[in-house]
Write a protein that binds this ligand. Sequence first.
Ligand code: TYM
Length: 344
Amino acid sequence: MSLLPQRVFSGVQPTGNLHLGNYLGAISRFVALQQTHDCIYCVVDLHAITVPQKPSELVANIREVTAAFIACGVDPKRHIIFNQSQVAEHAELAWIFNCIARIGWLNRMTQFKEKAGKDRENASVGLYAYPTLMAADILIYRATHVPVGEDQKQHLELARDIAQKFNNDFAESITAAGHGDAFFPLPEPLIQGPATRVMSLRDGAKKMSKSDPSDNSRINLSDDADTIAQKVRRAKTDPEVLPSETPGLAGRPEADNLVGIYAALADGSKADVLREFGGANFSSFKGALVDLAVAKLGPIGADMRRLQADPDYIDEVLREGSRRARVIAAENMKAVKEIVGFIS
Ligand code: TYM
């Protein structure tokens, strides 16, 4: 196995309503990894159009995600922030991966089944092939680590299967081209922390999601302090007090969710939170959660608004990030073409 440098890659779709789940499950982890890794963070606009988007809203949403990355603390000078469609190699490698991945593998993807719903015949081909593009996003940079929320685990497993099959299918050619016995690393999902699956505030059995018709189900990164307070106070709970230890959260999905959110915002664990709040009723716990959420998210929302008011700056960040991403992607694509047997 050739030794590749560690590199982090992850992506977020520009489809509106960035929420607390995106922040705690993904973007806050992006920020932490900057200290230890070279990171590439992508606004995945090609993924967004797997379902219809209004062009004027798409442009605004791409800028919103970019602003969120920066406002949360990703440094576009030290690391790379860009939008996927500016680096054509993503789509190019995705085609090759469409010819590597098996239909049977894609048929198992639960997210496609959920998103396509009953009217599967009418879903776009892009929605079906979505995970091969996601594999290409990661592997065009030969990234080794991928911070994501729990819901992306299956897609990451598929990316590993694709990398493995490519390495096997082209083993001879990979060695002949001087890449040792594997060209692609098997990317490792980083699904870490107390909030890898943030649930809806209205229903502890449902994931917090941008597409939930109830805005009260989620805290948006753009919500102001009053809105955050209102949504937390209205969040569904149960009649018991909080337990003192984590096993006491079993069978109490709403309590578990709020404790997980508190823990993630406070950079601690659920056990820490229960040590402090065990025996407390929800009204006092929610009061503390409002204070913490407003203190953490308020400045992020304000910074996002400030950045979004300067689209020229954001577009320049994306242009410059794309330029740097393209250098890495072009070099790897050239190697892939040689391995596959294309003339370039
Ligand atoms: P997307 O845009 O749906 O979500 C962006 C990130 O947020 C995480 N997330 C959550 N984490 C915890 N709780 C939640 N309720 C919650 N909701 C969303 C997601 O797990 C994700 O990490 N397919 C990806 C985008 C993508 C990508 C990639 C990711 C495209 N290419 C390559 C990694 C690597 C997606 O739709 O994420």
